[in-house]
Design a protein around this ligand. Structure first.
Ligand SMILES: *Cc1c(COP(=O)(O)O)cnc(C)c1O
Length: 369
């Protein structure tokens, strides 16, 4: 069976892990952590990059940093992964779910303003499939109502909005290096800070509420407990793995885009019956994080997944909208989110990973009618 994802190894991972282990320093915030953080700051212009143990953790850091309190309201799309919500729920906040566009799973920016109240504290746009949300509209709403914008850029490495790197636009952003993402570390993430106000405190929260980072830079003469926090930083073993991936970012991205473009070219030249291709707005790039299709009905999707499976290709559906999850259905305010529900029922993800071949893509496309 051809899987839907297969983690790609560049070959250098174990080499760098060996180096890290032999350096004698394997806890966090060492040489490989710094190399990775410098790379992200330089390539994407983040004011500060901090590696984390996951994107979920980076989002939790965002919730702590922005001082989210019980009864604060956070606007997020319903069609997303649980982490987008859970980081804020853990602080006791209420998440207010926004619907997706009709033709794109991202948060519908025309439906955000009506959800803003005097309790709203933050908007968390999710760049689904690495395709940008309409960030100008979101940032102008944030300015108008004095809100914080936290980009869930888990899927959005090396993708752009009107030429700006995703993750560099909101006040804070979170990326994932989970093995299903474009560049990986097994489990891993990144907090990107664009609003300088947050930098100093972020380093403290990252290191268990201590000013250890400042101490090691010689900025303070003793270190101790100064704030809340947790152990959000990954070990050097994880950072060493990630560094091998980062070095090969362009190679990985070029291959993924080649596969994505093949899917798109093949399928757009066919007359598909009740199946739509992804829609990428003019302001957005495609980072080839995933190739998805939207079927006209759940039944059509089930049939398609079954047919691919019979031919040894594993295709999967994606999020169950969070407003109708077991955990949140009782807490949701009851509004219908039709587009989000439609993507829950009708979206299907096709295999896409570095080692997939163009011939396999052609074969998959032949099975789709
Ligand atoms: C993968 C993903 C996450 C979670 O990332 P982890 O690194 O596994 O914590 C969060 N949000 C979105 C949109 C994701 O796709």
């Amino acid at each position: 069976m051809t899987p839907f994802n297969k983690p790609f190894l560049t070959g250098k991972e174990t080499h760098y892990i060996y180096e890290a282990v032999n350096s004698g320093k394997i806890s966090g915030n060492g040489i490989f952590t710094k190399k990775c953080q410098d790379f992200f700051e330089q390539k994407y212009g983040f004011k500060k990059a901090l590696l984390t143990t996951s994107c979920t953790d980076a989002l939790e850091m965002c919730a702590i940093l922005t001082d989210i309190q019980p009864r604060d309201e956070i606007i997020i799309p319903s069609f997303t992964f649980v982490s987008t919500a859970i980081a804020f729920i853990r602080q006791g906040a209420k998440v207010v779910f926004a619907d997706s566009y009709t033709d794109n799973p991202n948060i519908d920016t025309d439906k955000i303003e009506e959800l803003i109240t005097d309790k709203t504290k933050a908007i968390v746009p999710v760049h689904y499939a690495g395709v940008a949300c309409d960030m100008d509209k979101i940032m102008s709403l944030a300015n108008k109502y004095n809100l914080i914008v936290i980009e869930d850029a888990a899927q959005a490495i090396d993708s752009f909005y009107k030429g700006k790197p995703l993750g560099s636009i909101g006040h804070l952003s979170a990326f994932s290096f989970h093995e299903t993402k474009n560049i990986i570390a097994g489990e891993g993430g990144l907090l990107a800070i664009n609003d300088e106000r947050f930098i100093q405190r972020a380093e403290i929260i990252w290191e268990k509420g201590t000013n250890r980072s400042q101490f090691f830079r010689g900025e303070v003469n003793k270190y101790g407990w100064v704030d809340t926090g947790s152990s959000f930083l990954p070990s050097e073993i994880i950072s060493a793995f990630l560094y091998a991936q980062i070095e090969n970012l362009d190679t990985i991205q070029n291959k993924r885009k080649e596969l994505w473009n093949r899917y798109y070219k093949n399928l757009s030249s066919k007359k598909l019956d009740g199946i739509k291709l992804p829609n990428i707005p003019e302001y957005a790039t495609n980072n080839a994080h995933m190739f998805y299709l939207v079927c006209e009905s759940e039944q059509k999707r089930t049939t398609l997944i079954k047919k691919l499976k019979e031919n040894n290709y594993h295709a999967v559906f994606h999020y169950i909208s969070l407003h109708s999850s077991d955990y949140y259905i009782e807490k949701h305010d009851g509004r219908e989110l039709k587009n989000s529900d439609k993507f829950t029922e009708c979206l299907v993800r096709l295999p896409l990973f570095y080692e997939l071949t163009l011939e396999q893509v052609d074969e998959i496309c032949d099975l789709i009618v």
